[in-house]
Design a protein around this ligand. Structure first.
Ligand code: XIL
Length: 340
């Protein structure tokens, strides 16, 4: 009898997986019901999925995930209210249809900024109001730090047009619409990297000092076999914990592929490599269990190796980043994570 993953972690933190609506029936649904108590939409709750044209919201796919979670007693994360990617272009067009970001007239720039922040406020208010009863943790902004860009802030349309105003507006609108009970996160990748982590820390600290309602940091944690991130991950969780914030690991996977070109090995990953992955996963989860006060959940970005964002056939088989294989059987990594 295979242990149930989330049950094994009942005394520690939630365990979840990212899903597409079409995975909520059939074998993937059975695997999810058995092993996780937390879900996030892999794509169905991104801005382009929620409000593809201004004023016209599409809820159907997102609602299916919410309904499935409720039927099965699972909690939900929301991903994501604000991002530079998967966001419709209408947000960034001025009233004449021109690209706001090309505007050079200072007075028009000011007007554009106001208009964009108004659109953002209205988007956040509508979406949060709809799901505030059903979704506990919210990614309010995603991937706003970019160490290579000026000020360490990603030079997205959002940043170019509003500065850090979009971050402030998004968090304040989410709190106003959602009330004190929903938890609001700033989410990013490579948050274990000391340079990026410190920029993020500076931003969050500034925002908190201004009274911006940030409850926690979401750490995507897309790691790989050759990147021994465990110590750095814990250090980063500790750092944000000192600010009184929660942490969640929001998109965990561990690719085998990045520095190991396995594209010629066929669908079966060699046993010794699966074993190394198991050891790494085991170390990471042992470290997280030992410091469980630092975080409230670990979300995998997918459930089994037949469906992962990292790559698609023919190479998906060699990424094999999750705890279950392409046939939905537990891998050595699953044993390592649950065998304690
Ligand atoms: C990915 C999805 O998994 C893909 O299906 C989609 O094509 C692109 O986005 N960081 C994030 C997630 O915050 O939203 C991304 O999800 C993966 C990287």
């Amino acid at each position: 009898e295979v242990p149930r993953l989330a049950a094994a972690y009942a005394d520690y933190f939630r365990i979840g997986a990212a899903v597409e609506p079409d995975q909520l029936e059939g074998p993937a649904a059975e695997l999810l019901k058995r092993h996780v108590n937390w879900l996030v939409a892999e794509n169905a709750m991104k801005p382009d999925a929620m409000e593809p044209a201004e004023g016209s919201f599409t809820w159907e796919r997102a609602d299916r995930i919410v309904d499935f979670a409720k039927e099965n007693g699972m909690e939900l994360r929301f991903h994501t209210l604000v991002w530079h990617s998967q966001t419709p272009d209408w947000f960034f067009r001025d009233e004449a249809g021109g690209a706001m970001v090309d505007e050079t007239d200072p007075s028009r720039r000011e007007a554009n900024k106001k208009l964009l922040l108004k659109r953002l406020d209205s988007f956040v208010t509508t979406v949060v109001s709809r799901y505030k009863q059903d979704i506990t943790s919210w990614d309010v902004v995603n991937e706003v730090i970019e160490p290579g860009d000026p000020d360490g802030m990603r030079a997205s349309n959002w940043y170019k047009i509003t500065g850090t105003g979009f971050i402030e507006t998004a968090f304040r609108a989410a709190r106003k619409a959602g009330g004190p009970d929903i938890k609001l996160y700033i989410n990013d990748y490579n948050t274990e990297d000391p340079v990026k982590r410190d920029i993020l820390y500076g931003l969050v600290k500034d925002m908190l000092e201004k009274g911006v309602p940030i409850d926690g940091v979401g750490h995507q944690t897309h790691i790989n076999l050759e990147y021994p991130a465990t110590e750095r991950i814990i250090e980063s969780l500790e750092l944000f914990h000192t600010l009184g914030l929660d942490n969640q690991i929001t998109e965990l996977d561990m690719s085998l592929y990045v520095y190991n070109d396995l594209s010629d090995v066929g669908p079966e990953v060699p046993g010794d490599i699966l074993q190394r992955q198991a050891e790494r996963y085991g170390e990471l989860f042992a470290a997280l269990r030992a410091r469980k006060e630092l975080l409230s959940g670990v979300m995998f970005w997918g459930i089994a190796d037949d469906h992962t964002w990292l790559s698609t056939f023919p190479v998906a088989r060699t990424e094999a980043p999750l705890l279950f294989d392409r046939q939905h059987q537990p891998k050595p990594a699953f044993q390592a994570v649950t065998g304690f």
